[in-house]
Ligand binder design. Structure first.
Ligand SMILES: [Zn+2]
Length: 133
């Protein structure tokens, strides 16, 4: 029996009769805190309740390019996402570094090999002093 509005989202049930509690008033106390008043949808009961709705954590950051940083702490799941994101960034940086080192190493080896031929002049051999003056 929905007297006020059948399309409203039900958040609570009346502890006295079990009917839906309908939010009648709501006002902002703080950026993350609202005061709410709920009324039982059963006209015979008509119990009323008040309470607060509070945003406590950031579950997913804004996708807006210039969004200001949020003051709320991240949810544990969000922290996991952030950790995975950092791991991926670190892994990518490590791969780029390794790739750069390998490229430099290959470039140095290419300079030293002179196209694959190794001349006798390039190799230093111990000089044997077998002739007397
Ligand atoms: Zn009720």
């Amino acid at each position: 029996m929905a007297v006020f509005s059948p399309r409203r989202k039900v958040v609570f049930s009346c502890p006295a009769c079990g009917a839906h509690l309908i939010k009648r008033t709501s006002y902002l106390l703080h950026q993350f805190l609202r005061h709410d008043t709920f009324v039982c949808d059963n006209p015979v009961c008509s119990a009323a309740f008040s309470g607060h709705t509070e945003l406590t954590h950031l579950a997913s950051p804004s996708g807006m390019p210039h969004a200001p940083p949020c003051e709320l702490p991240r949810t544990p799941g969000s922290r996991r996402d952030k950790t995975l994101e950092k791991y991926r960034d670190d892994d990518l940086a490590a791969r780029k570094s390794a790739q750069t080192e390998m490229t430099l190493s290959l470039a140095v080896n290419a300079d030293n090999t002179n196209g694959g031929d190794l001349d006798d002049d390039d190799v230093e051999e111990p000089v044997a002093d077998d002739h007397d003056d």
